[in-house]
Write a protein that binds this ligand. Structure first.
Ligand SMILES: Nc1ncnc2c1ncn2[C@@H]1O[C@H](COP(=O)(O)OP(=O)(O)O)[C@@H](O)[C@H]1O
Ligand SMILES: [Mg+2]
Length: 470
């Protein structure tokens, strides 16, 4: 027997050894020790065509997916492994590097497979033996896979739309065609939800509670539970792995918030830059800046304990940097002007005048009067309702942040004696949640419909920008 044949023989034996059980593959080849639920899940993938995992944050779903992908690639001849997630970031910045992390642990695998930015392929048969990363933006991305050995992997599966699943469904025809869904249970509709309810007979299902694993810091769980309550949607979705129940008197349901966090929008180069700024009061509140262009937010910046001058300086710098990076001749900064914010407003206006910058500082008052006085009791209520409408319209993308998610989804509302909607006032909210809703407020300011004082020359330059920031 030649050396080459002997190697192939050994490889084939090794492939056969692991085909029925991925657990020793993960232990011996990837040199990882799977947690108890991961062991159950790996075995389920080997023995069932469809497996669905719902859990809180950080329990090891993405790691498990990358192990399943490598196991499937290693133990089958000419397999195809199409992988998807709702956003490019989740897919290309989180799942794909996770595959690389484990692949590099094994010389054997590294020799067999070539890791690339959107693909992992067999070095000898790159065209016919591969895993591929495709975003779930359109069903076509998941079309055209018909193969004997097929494994579809969907990360953050609650955020993937049904048409994508319908395309995948059509390809699950052979005996060795498999589907693995993992995610936080953020949405009460869609294929992922049905996998645990109506379609439960089709799936092997697993639920992982963050508090049952050592992988998630218990301080994280305790903090969310203390602040928002065991039965809050935030704790259900981000800690317990339960679908949200959507409190009836909460203004914005968590599902809407989480869906906007999983959205991938393109930058609209024709729109203006707006920055929302919530300035910290005393105690341990945070100062938050949220910049956005049209429906897309560009981050969430947070600071604690700094004086007014520093805050004004940072806010101006961030705004100038974004103007430069996105070639914007003009921007607005919206500040909560009550309390400490007032000092920042004055300081900013002065510097802007001195430096002759095209930045409009707009002072906002939560208790101020709304544009639509018939329906809303005050300015803040109207802006929260506007944001809710945009979330319903599915045209905004917001930062994926635990605190922001919690703050947006726990604010309550009621109807006042004149039949107008009124947002729970901040004092009551703070007492109930024991925290200031500053991240949500900064986001609301960023998206607020406000009158700007745009210079007519610049308005013309921008193609007749609207009076109300859009
Ligand atoms: N059994 C394990 N052994 C070692 N590291 C693990 C294990 N499971 C998960 N990890 C690591 O823990 C971190 C969080 O896991 P991840 O898969 O991203 O969680 P999730 O997708 O559930 O939020 C990642 O860095 C991952 O590589
Ligand atoms: Mg993950």
């Amino acid at each position: 027997m030649t050396k080459h044949n002997k190697n192939i023989d050994e490889l084939a034996r090794s492939m056969r050894q692991y085909i029925a059980d991925p657990v020793p593959f993960v232990q011996n080849v990837l040199k990882a020790q799977p947690d108890k639920w991961q062991i159950e899940c790996l075995r389920a993938i080997a023995n069932h065509p469809r497996v669905a995992v719902r859990s809180g944050h950080g329990v090891g779903k993405t790691a498990l997916e990358s192990w399943a992908i490598l196991w499937f690639m290693f133990t089958r001849p000419f397999p195809k492994v199409p992988c998807t997630a709702p956003t490019q970031q989740q897919l290309l910045d989180i799942l794909w590097p996770e595959i690389s992390k484990w692949l590099k642990r094994s010389e054997l695998l590294d020799g067999l497979f070539d890791w690339q930015k959107t693909k992992v392929q067999n070095r000898i048969h790159p065209e016919r033996w591969f895993a591929t990363a495709r975003t779930a933006s359109k069903p076509e991305n998941m079309a055209g896979f018909h193969e004997e050995h097929l494994l579809f992997v969907i990360d953050e599966a609650s955020g993937v739309m049904d048409p994508i699943y319908e395309t995948i469904e059509g390809a699950l025809t052979t005996k060795d065609a498999k589907l693995l869904l993992c995610g936080n249970p953020t949405q009460n509709i869609g294929t992922f939800k049905r996998a645990f309810h109506e379609d439960r007979d089709l799936y092997y299902t697993i639920k992982v509670n963050c508090m049952d694993t050592d992988r998630v810091a218990s301080a994280y769980c305790q903090r969310l539970i203390r602040q928002y309550g065991m039965d809050s949607d935030v704790v259900r979705v981000r800690v317990l792995g339960e679908f949200p129940k959507s409190e009836p008197d909460g203004l914005i349901p968590l599902e809407l918030v989480e869906a906007a966090m999983m959205r991938d929008l393109d930058i609209d180069y024709n729109s203006m830059l707006h920055v929302g700024a919530d300035i910290a009061r005393f105690g341990d509140d945070e100062t938050i800046f949220v910049p956005r262009i049209a429906g897309k937010t560009l981050g969430l910046f947070h600071y604690t304990k700094q004086d007014t001058t520093t805050t004004a300086g940072k806010l101006l710098n961030i705004t100038k940097n974004f103007m430069r990076d996105y070639h914007k001749p003009y921007a607005t900064i919206r500040i909560d002007d009550d309390g400490v914010g007032g000092g920042v407003t004055d300081m900013l206006r002065e510097t802007i005048r001195e430096q002759r910058l095209n930045i409009d500082v707009i002072a906002c008052h939560n208790g101020g009067s709304p544009i639509d006085k018939e329906h809303y009791a005050n300015w803040a209520t109207e802006q929260w309702c506007n944001l809710k409408q945009r979330l319903l319209d599915e045209d905004i993308e917001i930062p994926n942040d635990d605190e922001l998610s919690a703050q947006l989804s726990t604010r309550k509302y009621s109807i006042d004696r004149r039949g107008r909607i009124i947002l729970e006032d901040k004092k009551t909210y703070k007492k109930r949640i024991r925290r200031s809703p500053d991240r949500a407020d900064a986001l609301i300011l960023a998206f607020a419909k406000v009158r700007n004082n745009i210079d007519p020359n610049i308005a013309a330059l921008l193609g007749g920008a609207k009076l109300y920031g859009n």
